[in-house]
Write a protein that binds this ligand. Sequence first.
Ligand code: ASP
Length: 315
Amino acid sequence: MQYRHRHLLGIEGLTPPEIILLLDQSERFVEQNRRADKKQALLNGRTIIILFFESSTRTRTSFELAGKRLGADVITMSIATSSVRKGETLIDTAMTLNAMHPDVLVVRHPASGAVKLLSEKVNCAVINGGDGSHEHPTQALLDALTIRRRMGRLSGLKVAICGDILHSRVARSNIHLLTTMGAQVRVVAPRTLLPSAVERLGVEVYHDMAQGLAGCDIVMMLRLQTERMQGNFVPSIREYFHFFGLTYEKLAEASDEALIMHPGPMNRGVEIDSVVADDYGRSVIREQVEMGVAVRMACLEILTRNLPRSDTPNL
Ligand code: ASP
């Protein structure tokens, strides 16, 4: 099985064997990351540039670690001190970096579609580290790896994705991945936080947590993406937590073994009760972070397999 694409821009359009390839390869790196000696030479000589136009803790750090553990040279561009501050356009910045012959660019941008646009202008492989409210493919892959390791499968599981679906790229990528792999996906949110015609993505829609969580194997909570909101989408945080915040009372509706997931950053007391988030018997939030490094190693390794091996200048 081969990954046929030059880039990883989204989960939409990936086939089940391609998703399985990425997950199986990630699995190989999990053990390596638990050893004292975590370094390999698979990407020796390769250059990775991480270009984030939005803030990030987990994604940026784990891409950096992933590249370094594979032996690549990794540069993280700080937008605060780059020429973007001097008015350089996204495409000009991309062309400038392209001229330095990177092998992989990892890009996060607040505009949906910006990473795809950029990928059309450069010679290297591009990984989408999150574009607006569109896609965050590596998050969906690490979520899937976490679920598959705990539950042994994805197919047939009942997954409830709860909260701000409208603004969430994590929700979109997860919906594509989980439905492609045969899971039954529900979205649970107030009407104001759902995209119109969301059921066309193959999900069941609920506006009530007790009904939405009933019998679920996975409860995935999402943050209110206030940075993407113009105006008020919920009457008050207090009311939102009352109806949609995950508490033990609401969780009681899910299956007894249901796993609690959250991509982070968490807003305790808004979308999730602190005690539920810290219930390490059921909450796999820290495991998700661990899987993030392995998944990003797999993505970097698989994409560089498809890069030309010759020394022909690519400009
Ligand atoms: N870290 C995730 C993202 O970048 C989720 C979030 O920010 O709420 O989309």
